[in-house]
Design a protein around this ligand. Sequence first.
Ligand SMILES: Cc1ncc(COP(=O)(O)O)c(C=O)c1O
Length: 422
Amino acid sequence: MQPNHPLPVDPDRLHAIAGKWGTPTYVYAEDTIRERCLTLQKLFPDLPVFWLYAVKANDNPHILDIIADEGFGFDTVSYEEVLLCLKLGTSPDKIFYTENNMTDAEMHGAASKGIVLNIGSLGRLKSYCESYPGSKCCIRIKPDISDGHHAKVDTGNLDSKFGIRMDRISDALDIACEHQVSIHGIHAHIGSGIREPENLLAEIEILLNASRQLDDLTFINFGGGMPIPYRNDESSFDFNHFAGLASNRLNTFLKKCNRPVSFFFEPGRWVVGPAGILLAQVNTVKDQGRKLFLGTDTGFNHLLRPALYDAYHEVVNISADSEDGTQTYHVAGNICESGDILGFDRKLPKSSSGDYLAILDVGAYGMTMASHYNRRALPAEVLVTSDGFHKTIRKRKTADETVDDFLNETGKLSTDKNARTV
Ligand SMILES: Cc1ncc(COP(=O)(O)O)c(C=O)c1O
């Protein structure tokens, strides 16, 4: 393991967790999450900057509690995420709902609960304004800036499905005005895992300029997308440098605009990504001639990023030592698809069945994207707490329970011997 990529949880502890709860298991370090929240909270000491955590990155209720405790609000992208935050006791004014092809039922559900709606299309804005004349809302714009670690998460580009076109902002204002709705906020999010920090600064500039059209402006939300290094040779996003440049610009804006305006950022990955490890076990070592495979008890049903985005996650064998020799392996999952490779050509200590692997930087977009594909059970989740303990924050279901749940949900859990006949 390279020193610039330390494990958030030490290998002895990971062995203890694997011994107690088995694998595959997502393990999170509370300390890492808290430290990262604190770093963000200190970045803009003299500005009204507030942090919303993007729930989609990791929505385990225990993780949300930690982040709420650090003073963050929540950025949600579905009605279900809104409900989750509310049910966990978050006050509605700390929940921001960025809709995306929202249904009427979702709109009424969220609006009736006092949630700020961030509306990204003229059609939806119209139906909102007709339903809630005299109220307030935020609009999401499409800044025509392309970024993100992969085309599939590039959300601000010219052809993106997200946000209201810049040349239609005046139409949005007309719709709102017709129904006495005040557009009190403006938002954009250019992509997840931003590659060029200059793009984030350019987006800020666009939002500041666009906000001049809003007479009722009280806040601007610059979105999330701050990247983390996944490879050992990748550098970290220089948040201090970014905050310095952004602060200058925001200060100038506030002086000119002469009224109280708050600013929001909504990172997900940056907060939780490095705090998470997926702990898996090797169960097969297989020489396929040209490639040597390490077969594991997890797969893309548990960690989708490599298959979906060709994403790289560092893999560490915590049971073996490089001093006993190394070998190059494809680290493979147990899903019945040839695309289920978690890491290609990884140089690892000589590995054997029974070894434990730590797959790093999976705290964001790991468990939230997990599925029951191949009807497999989901991983357990364990939190290593700041007071030095570890506890399960999501129990593993057995194979039997997983199948019974499925039969139950599909109305087929029955002792009736005719249950198979439709
Ligand atoms: C609207 C919105 N805000 C914030 C985020 C968080 O992005 P990230 O986890 O890259 O910070 C996302 C994710 O794509 C998003 O869609």
